[in-house]
Write a protein of this length. Sequence first.
Lengths: 201, 313, 179
Amino acid sequence: MGPLIPNEIITGQWDFVIALLIGGAFGFILEASGFSSSRNIAGVFYGYNFVVLRVFFTGMIVAMVGLLYFSYMGWINIDLVFVLPTYLNSMLLGGFIMGLGFVIGGFCPGTSYTAAAIGKIDGIVFAGSTLVGIFLFAELFPLFEGFYYANNLGNITIGEMFGLSNEVIVFVFVVIAIVAFYVTWLIEKRVRKNMTEYKFE
Amino acid sequence: MKEELFVSGRNIPNIDPYLNIWHWEIPVYLFLGGLAAGIMFFAGYFTIMRKEKEMQATVKYAPFLVPFALVLGLFALFLDLKHQLYFWRLYTTVRLESPMSWGAWTLMFVTPLSMLWVASYMKEVFPKWDWKFNILNQFEALAIKYRKAMAWALMFLAVVLGVYTGILLSAFNARPLWNTSILGPLFLVSGMSTGLAAIIWMSKSKYERKVLSRIDLIFIGVELFLIIHMFMGFMAASEVQIEAAQLFLGGEFTVVFWVFIIILGLIFPATLEVLELRGFHIPIWIPSLLILIGGLLLRFVMVEAGQITRYLY
Amino acid sequence: MNTETDIKKKPNYLNPYFGGVLLGLLLLATFFIAGRGLSASGAVKLSLVTVVNKIAPEHAANNTYYSKFIPEDGSSIMFNWLVFGAIGTFFGGMLSGVLYGRMGKLRVEHSPKISKRTRIIAAAIGGLLFGMGSQFGRGCSSGAALSGTAALSFGGLLVMAFMFGIGYVVAYFVRKLWI
């Protein structure tokens, strides 16, 4: 009956060892799919390489469907799965700033570690400056503490927000994903025909 | 809310919450001793096998690290002593039943011997080196002449040094975690592995790295085997030993041990070395650095965890 | 001009859909084992709190943001799921890089139209922004977007939608960096 650690089936510090192994698999999959190159990642915004969308979306729907199935079969207690609390204002701003950072820097923290691991200096710089960014945030925190906690809608799920059941939401996502895959495939073919200097790394 | 009840108001340093007097100096010395033993052993071995030309870093360059490692290690030990001005008394007696006596005398022989070894190769590594005194030149000629004999002595003393670092701990029968005879071979193998890692890092020849990587893989495998069987021994022994092993199986040392020493310090570098032998390109400093850090952490963890385990209260 | 002739050597990447399936299965396993997803920014945050706590404990205790993450019983802050996940990500990436031959000397990867320095400055600015944004958004793309949405949390969906949405809007203005 999962999840295993909150249910105390795996105890003690073993969960950190497992965290390392899971992180290892995560880094491996990211790097093998090409996420260690910032040009691959930024491609999603310009249409020449949609690997981010494909891997992300596929991963998301597989995990979503899997969680639904597990919960249905009784293998996992869905109430113990961590759902992000929704702080409306703060998250909107966060998404905004992160979007800027994403398109300028071309990485996200996880992929910057894999890039750093294979020797990309821009990955190392990105990882280092996330540290500085968080430091700045923490130092300036008293300024926007109110804003940070504003408008807490609680740990709500998408289903609760829109009044639909989880199954419908997942179905909608899968449909959107399939449409997106097809559309991006067409776009990518078009854009690549016009691009001439794109060299993979 | 957490409530803590203190039964006693005692808070004597080094005695509470558990009796511990060996701090960082001892693990540092154990690591440096093992490293030096590893380098010396292979320097001697490849000299006897007459492979000096192919294994230049092993025989000529890496032994330069040994005198420094030994002197630094001895200095760390010196810092740990309580009555430092009387350290020379260790050398006024030979006690066959005391590992510390064995260690002191072994180091007494090994340090000058390694310095002689380095001195005999000084002119090859630094071509402009000049001894300036005729007697030193004669010494050097003598050293070069008796290199084979020195190699044999180095190999023997290296094994003694490596094993004794483990026996030093396992002679404490009041510490259940330490009182296992597998610690001697374990520290020897670990020392050899770290020595090999250091030599591989310094080496410039592909052939040498290949040979040493293969040997290193064997030693890492043996080390993993010894560690697993050490835990099997603990789990099959009395209650105090089982408790001692629990420190590493779910207790406070689980993460450091399994993540940094076993996975990142042994299994991952071994994987990288296998891949390197298969033809994948790896910057050579990565597995070597990981193995060295793993070796250092192993000794830190063993010394610290050992002092937590006890037979009484 | 033919795109094919300009691609010097075709890199050896996994099929993205296959990679996505693997990622989804891994995420599922993570949820099953730990009840939470993966997040890389959390590890950086915790390391920062550790460092600040070591150097200036009073400042850390006074600052309401740091003090949230300092446990009262004095146990180590770094001993957290996220930190070890991040360490694992680093070494997992290294292993994959080795197996696929992408492991090499230190290099800066940049579009041929900009200089190395520009790329590094851009990476630094991007990282700074991302660091700040990830704290507002309660997670980075792996934490909030991927894991959050997979667990069907509304916040995760919000962050993801906004992140990519703004990315598309701003992409036009910084296109010189990439194409």
